[in-house]
Design a protein around this ligand. Structure first.
Ligand code: NI
Length: 168
């Protein structure tokens, strides 16, 4: 297992729509375990392919920080199939360190995907898990949580964001 290098705000790969994974081979399985090791090493909640420089549709979520569940979520080619309700909840992102803002998200979601064995799975998430699932799906579509903020809020963050994108 390896700890992967995190891509930060300003890196174009974060704005790329990640590609569907056609074959779940050893490379993908190794990537998943490296991503999990990486997110755990920083105490983060989730990590999407783009964030470690691989624009493929895969993300991992360390559930221990969400509901104490030890078994991580590793989803391939995830699709949002149902969402309901609203919640305003604070978010952060490993690719935008130091920035935490309230974001409006669906309160409950259902996501369809493949697991590492290539089996179809469906995961339901509420509150924190809903937020995490939506945040990671966004990443795979090149969307960052700050995109959900108002123009004024984003402007106020301009200096911080510039600092991150220039490696400061
Ligand atoms: Ni993120």
């Amino acid at each position: 297992m390896a700890i992967l290098k995190l891509r930060k705000y300003g890196d174009p790969i974060l704005r790329k729509k990640a590609e569907e994974i056609k074959v779940i081979d050893e490379e993908i399985k190794n990537l998943a375990s490296d991503m999990l090791a990486t997110v755990k090493s920083i105490g983060g909640i989730g990590l999407a392919g783009n964030q470690v420089g691989v624009a493929k549709r895969i993300f991992v979520i360390d559930r221990t920080h969400i509901d104490g569940e030890e078994e991580p979520i590793i989803l391939i080619n995830p699709e949002l199939v149902e969402f309901s309700g609203n919640q305003v909840i604070e978010e952060g992102c490993l690719s935008a360190p130091g920035i935490y803002e309230d974001v409006t998200r669906a309160q409950k979601v259902r996501v369809r995907a493949l697991n590492l064995e290539g089996k179809k799975v469906e995961i339901e998430g509420e509150r924190l898990l809903s937020r995490a699932l939506l945040h990671e799906i966004d990443h795979l579509n090149g969307v960052l949580f700050i995109d959900h903020l108002s123009t004024i809020k984003r402007k106020l963050l301009g200096k911080k964001l510039r600092k991150i994108s220039t490696g400061g």
